[in-house]
Design a protein around this ligand. Structure first.
Ligand SMILES: [Zn+2]
Length: 570
């Protein structure tokens, strides 16, 4: 998702910082986690025995009443014996029925006959529901149907707070969608709401709306059916690839569409664009950036990960979100982040932040997904860095460097980038600019863009359509580069300390060392003394270099995200 930015938030967090400093309270107070946090964020025993194979979801929103009604059929594989099944659906929504669907073979099927359903008993524990299931053979494929209804939580400030969005377009016509990253898809449909278990065989979403509106969702339109008895239409969309729960999203409004083919690394990629009717011309013009983005990201990251499902960019009633194969766009058809350059260098106003950032997530978030949102840096740090790589593709290395280093004033170093595991807790929003600058620093240390690019492509190949622990990504980068970055990741992801390079010059002697670092942290750094550029490897001990070249100026290559301080008397 896009990082949240507003002047209000900047000033507000600054005041909090002052207040907490005055009161001498530690920054980053530990949140007290509840049983509900654990139910949501952990693979509980009631989740562990089954693997999600597919979701087939049907939903009918009622715009006037702001309610929804639907069913989700969960196709699952039994991986071990289990007697209770945890299904997540957040308050105030209500589950009406949970049934085990039987077929002639005892496996999954599409029979709707009432006789083929066994109603299961269930009870509620907050946002988690527990159904009692009969003994099911290990390795069998089963089908569980959950029907539900109610008033789904409404999003007040999407995409950041999440929920259903019941709004109007500029002509006063209904415009609906959902944003639920972090909060979780169980805010609007019943599922196993944990990032580590994606439906391996994809999902379908059927949306029934008044026939004057159009419903768009992920993947490809499989069917459109007019229900003449009640003037509604049912749009059925199909996703073949694994998909994150929070990415399955309906968009409902007065949409129009156009298509283009993109000649990509894996052949012809279908690109479909959806905008509100009155925005068609503006959208057609702004969305010309899509092929440029795809070309750049395929170069750095490898083939677009969802050729089967296509690429879509869809106008949304919020700023934007990485909804897989149905990217949400709400940046007002202008460049920058709502017209602003986050880097302050001018480069960020040369392209559309939402087209670039949210599409970058197709590789990092949608194809490679972190098992726990504590490791959300795997999504946001790489995608933040995709902005730098796009700037580099379009305007050259120096422009990319300027963009990346220009975002450093946004870094707060308030709490670590990695959050708490097992309780659905993200880390600091520093996962965006600080994470990007960490990757930029790693790229400098690797000092070979072909190696760096191979690592990015290798990550996308190794964890193509898979979930991953952040630690595995860290180890992969060290292994493939031949450089042990473990202390670098510990320093930048697990502490808020930024290493300080202290130096002094006396006569012909240059001395330097690292402070404000964790034990064992050291990186090679490119410095310039006088007119001479060279690599040095500072440690926690003073290193002395003698030579006439040291008497001039001293600087550290700005592409390394460290602080530099001159000290006297060493
Ligand atoms: Zn993002």
């Amino acid at each position: 998702m896009p990082r949240t930015f507003s002047f209000f938030i900047f000033h507000f967090s600054f005041l909090i910082f002052i207040a907490s400093s005055c009161a001498a309270q530690p920054l980053g107070h530990k949140k007290q986690f509840t049983r509900q946090d654990t139910l949501r964020g952990t693979i509980t025993p009631e989740r562990a025995w089954w693997d999600v194979i597919r979701y087939d979801l049907q939903v009918t929103p009622d715009y006037t009443a702001k309610t929804i009604r639907g069913t989700n059929r969960l196709t699952i594989r039994v991986v071990k014996p289990g007697s209770k099944m945890q299904i997540d659906l957040q308050e105030p929504l209500i589950i009406d029925n949970i049934s085990l669907i039987k077929t002639a073979t005892g496996n999954t099927g599409s029979s709707e006959a009432a006789a083929d359903k066994t109603t299961l008993l269930f009870e509620r524990d907050g946002n988690a529901w527990f159904a009692t299931v009969p003994s099911l053979p290990v390795n069998s494929i089963q089908s569980i149907e959950v029907s539900y209804h109610g008033k789904a939580r409404e999003a007040i400030r999407p995409p950041w707070d999440g929920g259903w969005i019941w709004t109007k377009d500029k002509k006063g016509r209904p415009w609906m969608s959902v944003a639920c990253q972090g909060l979780g898809a169980s805010v609007w449909y019943p599922c196993k709401d944990h990032q580590s278990d994606e439906p391996d065989s994809g999902a379908s979403l059927s949306i029934t709306v008044p026939d004057t509106l159009v419903a768009v969702a992920n993947g490809r339109l499989a069917n459109k059916q007019l229900n003449s008895n009640n003037s509604t239409a049912t749009y059925s969309w199909q996703v073949k690839n694994p998909i994150n729960n929070y990415n399955i999203i309906p968009y409902i409004g007065k949409y129009v569409t156009w298509h283009e083919d993109f000649a990509g690394e894996s052949g012809k990629l279908d690109c479909d664009y959806w905008a509100l009717d009155y925005d068609l011309d503006k959208a057609k013009n702004q969305f010309k950036q899509v092929p440029l983005m795809l070309k750049c990201f395929e170069y750095w990251f490898g083939p677009y990960p969802f050729y089967e499902d296509g690429y879509k960019l869809i106008e949304a009633p919020h700023l934007g979100m990485e909804h897989q194969s149905a990217v949400a766009y709400g940046n007002g058809f202008q460049n920058g982040y709502l017209g602003r350059d986050l880097s302050g260098t001018g480069w960020g106003n040369k392209w559309d932040f939402i087209i670039v950032h949210e599409s970058g997530h197709e590789w990092f978030a949608n194809s490679i997904t972190s098992n726990d949102i504590a490791d959300m840096w795997v999504h946001e740090s790489f995608t933040n860095y995709s902005e730098t790589l796009f700037t580099t593709c379009q305007y050259g290395v120096e422009a990319g460097n300027a963009y990346c280093t220009g975002t450093r004033p946004l870094i707060q170093n308030d709490t670590p980038i990695i959050g708490a595991y097992g309780v659905n807790q993200e880390g600091s929003s520093d996962m965006y600019p600080k994470g990007g600058n960490l990757l930029h620093t790693i790229r400098q240390i690797i000092n070979s863009d072909s190696t760096f690019r191979n690592i990015l492509r290798g990550l996308n190949k190794t964890w193509y359509h898979k979930t991953v622990n952040g630690k595995e990504v860290e180890a992969y980068i060290s292994r493939q580069s031949g450089i042990d970055f473990s202390k670098v990741f510990d320093q930048y992801l697990r502490t808020t300390q930024i290493p300080v390079l202290e130096y002094s010059i006396k006569g012909n002697e240059l001395k330097f060392r690292f402070t404000n670092r964790i034990k064992g942290f050291t990186i090679p750094v490119k410095i310039k003394t006088g007119s001479e550029e060279k690599w040095v490897r500072p440690t926690e001990e003073w290193t002395t270099i003698s030579g006439s070249g040291n008497t001039g100026t001293f600087s550290v290559d700005r592409n390394f995200y460290i602080n530099v301080t001159k000290v006297n008397g060493q």
